[in-house]
Design a protein around this ligand. Structure first.
Ligand code: GLV
Ligand code: MN
Ligand code: MN
Length: 419
């Protein structure tokens, strides 16, 4: 494989990422860009303009996914797609998702400048949502593009302020029947570049991670109902304290997860106490549960047994218990052929690489259901992500973008890639 571009093609990448991070920037360096908010919309419009300037044909679909297209000579051939997501977690970093979008945009721009029109159409996508940070649903963008979700799946879903997904979508200018349908049946390959968000690459001193599989996930909303009462007059033996029950559950969760061992991980990321007043016994507690493993059977049995143990704790304390699973993704294999292509691209640039499993969820796992999909990672400093401390060096960012561009070149300009 002969790399079609030199590294100078990506010199502006870190600066463009910094500019994008301005949308939703917070004091202290974090970025919050939740689905369909003003900062999210401004970021998508900014990217659209940058795609246009790069000579790409742009369009939004009904959900708000943004595409930039470089038309191929064979317009009937399946499309080669790259990209990632533009939404963030609350107070997240500037690289998660954004990096794959900006690097994809720059790769297409550089390929167009240097190599002209491809044989097969190349597109970059800024997917509208991946994180599940505003609404209790994740992968809304890639889910709609792949048909894993339909618009009906968003019905009845609301954010913490009671704003429905449909209302938020309309406010941002999307969700109209007249807009371009989301479902893509013409994708031949999907390649996503992302920061690792873990410590594997840094520890092993490798430049590029080649993702073989992405873990499966379950996310639950749990509600415990007890009885609110006076903190001073209710004897300890007469309480139905929902928070005390939740604390017992959380301690058990950690013990069980540690006993299950790597790669199982279990997290309670949000816990709300009602009424949330110092001198009132909490009558209701709601918390989230995020559980992951790369083996479906192990994931399934851990979730089942843990929820049964939670229920038993609730019963023993006289608490009501309700759990609702709102996300269930299976562990997903990436395409071997595409991963091999990325590996050869690393070799051609003398970049060290290693194969690995992704503990984070990614849009690529949804595309894997409809086309060959692959992912590559660059190192994250200290393995930190979903934090304002997220950082990868300019060299790491440009190296990853160059490998992505080489792979896209083979797929869209090469004679060999046929699916
Ligand atoms: C997405 O970033 C995830 O939670 O894995
Ligand atoms: Mn991400
Ligand atoms: Mn993320």
């Amino acid at each position: 494989m002969r790399p079609p571009l030199d590294m100078s093609a990506f010199a502006e990448l870190p600066g463009l990422l910094d500019e994008l991070a301005g949308f939703g920037a917070e004091e202290g360096g974090g970025v919050t860009r939740l689905l369909y908010t003003e900062s999210w919309r401004a970021a998508q419009l900014f990217l659209e303009e940058r795609m246009r300037v790069a000579g790409l044909e742009t369009r939004f679909d009904r959900a708000g996914n943004l595409y930039g297209r470089l038309l191929g000579a064979d317009s009937a051939a399946p499309v080669v797609l790259t990209g990632s997501h533009v939404d963030t977690v609350r107070s997240g970093g500037r690289y998660d998702g954004s990096y794959g979008v900006v690097a994809g945009l720059m790769a297409l721009a550089a390929l167009k400048r240097t190599c002209g029109a491809p044989l097969r159409t190349l597109e970059v996508v800024s997917l509208c949502e991946e994180e599940g940070s505003r609404f209790p649903l994740a992968y809304w963008g890639s889910g709609n593009a792949t048909g894993v979700y339909g618009f009906d799946d968003g019905e009845g879903i609301a954010d913490a302020d009671g704003i429905t997904l449909a209302e938020a979508m309309r406010t941002a200018g999307f969700g109209l029947e007249t807009q371009t349908p989301c479902l893509r049946r013409d994708i031949g390959a999907f390649v996503e570049l992302h920061i690792e968000q873990g410590i594997v690459l840094e520890r092993s001193g490798r430049q590029i991670g080649l993702v073989e599989a992405i873990v499966g996930q379950r996310r639950y909303a749990v509600t415990l109902t007890g009885a609110s009462n006076h903190a001073g007059t209710t004897p300890m033996s007469m309480r139905a304290d929902a928070l005390a029950g939740a604390v017992e559950m959380l301690a058990l969760l950690e013990t069980r997860a540690k006993a299950a061992g790597d790669p199982l991980v279990a997290t309670v990321g949000r816990l709300e106490t009602m009424p949330g007043t110092p001198n009132v016994i909490p009558g209701e507690v709601r918390f989230t549960l995020d559980i992951r493993h790369d083996k479906e059977l192990k994931l399934e049995s851990f979730c089942r047994d843990t929820l049964a143990a939670f229920e038993a704790i609730a019963r023993s304390r006289g608490l009501g218990f309700e759990s609702r699973c709102w996300l269930a993704t299976k562990p997903t294999q990436m395409d071997d052929g595409l991963t091999g292509l990325l590996e050869r691209a690393c070799l051609a640039r003398a970049n060290s690489s290693r194969r690995m499993v992704s503990g984070a969820g990614h849009d690529a796992q949804l595309f894997a259901a409809v086309c060959p999909a692959a992912m590559l990672f660059v190192p994250s400093r200290g393995g930190v992500s979903h934090s304002s401390d997220e950082y990868s060096t300019p060299e790491q960012l440009t190296e990853g973008a160059a490998v992505l561009a080489d792979c896209l070149y083979e797929l869209a300009y090469g004679q060999e890639w046929r699916r």
